[in-house]
Design a protein around this ligand. Sequence first.
Ligand code: GDP
Ligand code: IMO
Ligand code: MG
Length: 444
Amino acid sequence: MSNIVVLGTQWGDEGKGKIVDLLTPSFDVVARYQGGHNAGHTVHVRGAKIVLHLIPSGILHPGTLCVIGNGVVLDPKAFLEEIEVLKKAADIRPDNIAVSACAHLIFPYHRLVEKFSEESLGERKIGTTCRGIGPAYEDKAARRGIRAGDLLDLDVLKEKITANVGEKNAFFLRHGLPELSAQAIYEEYAGYAAAMRSYIQDVSRLLDDKIMSGSSVLFEGAQGALLDVDHGTYPFVTSSNSTAGGACTGLGVGPTKIDAVLGVTKAYTTRVGAGPFPTEILDETGKIIGKRGDEFGATTGRPRRCGWFDAVAVTYACRINGIEKVAITKPDVLDGFEEIQVCTAYKYKGSVLRGFPAESWILDKVTPEYRRVPGWKQPVHGAKEWADLPQAFKDYLRLLEDLTETQAVLVSTGVERNATVLWDEALEGLLDLAAIRQNGRPRS
Ligand code: GDP
Ligand code: IMO
Ligand code: MG
């Protein structure tokens, strides 16, 4: 079977967790390539809800190797806590989770720097998850970061923590903030080192060995393409490359090893935090979508901003990721709407723009052009077959496909694995459909 990247085509929370969990039986390995515990990926398995932050969403399948790449920033405390939570739901052993020795670590000073930076920005704040993600990537780029591999030698760890805390304390002092104790942080992290040791590996080599011996890999994106630090709505973005290229740099895997990129696309749009959002619905309809879609951040609990489907944004996301096939999620949230709107173009200063503008300050001022389409009377919620879907929904789907020049190969119609419609012909050769189907439908 193929190696594929699965990533979100909007501003995150497209339902990647559900899709990755659903598709995992077709793969031997699931590998996260960027972000950190800013992500919140929700998976429902037979009534139980599990939210994954750092550990790949394939973990609920026994026998699947779950890999965390060098492109991820890892908070060891969050990682070890997540393992403890998951032990109740999954068979967690050090040989089914691998963490790259080159993954940068998050320290308590990263969260403090971020809090200070967000507060200083006042009304211009990004609305980050305050998990220390951005400052950890800053230290990585500044070449002073501390990596998972540094946990393997406590003398090296101590030296690096002392140097970093020294620099950060100078910053805290300048801004009238309390200083931190390097010794206390060292002791805390030396404790994590003992627990982390068995997970730390050369992930690039591990994946190469797996791929060369015929194993298939699902590369799991976190956040969404429009939150990518280079291609997203900068500066209202996260600090990593959530786009498909991040799978190569974030795991040490060459592009020739990747066969396809599957986009996960919500049937409408949401965004958490600040930043331009052309199709945001500010009236009661937005609130109704938020309520029906349970649109509250899986990490911070913040209400997500809701809006209509934005074909300009999704077309752009598909172009920069080479996406030809998409999984459409959450159309059931629109069940019962009399009329649904889809943004087909942006107008700026009286002219229609050619595509998605690179400048956030332009995106902030565009006027979306909408196509109004009738809603569907019969619900799509829980549908499992194409025949179960109402014609008006099929027309909506065709419109999204035409506007974004993609093919919808899967429709998710609810939170559970088996609330899914799969298109066999379009997925043939890409996925092991029999394995996925068996997984979706309880065996007994
Ligand atoms: P992720 O970050 O992309 O993994 O998405 P989140 O887990 O943050 O948010 C998606 C939410 O939608 C979760 O609560 C999922 O359980 C839920 N969800 C996923 N697919 C569907 C679907 O097809 N229908 C409905 N109603 N909910 C879904
Ligand atoms: P998943 O993987 C939605 C947003 C934050 C903020 C911006 C920067 O669940 O889709 P950060 O803490 O990353 O520096 O915050 O990015 N953000 C997300 N929004 N889903 C996510 O992850 C997100 N991860 C970060 O709200 O606007
Ligand atoms: Mg999420």
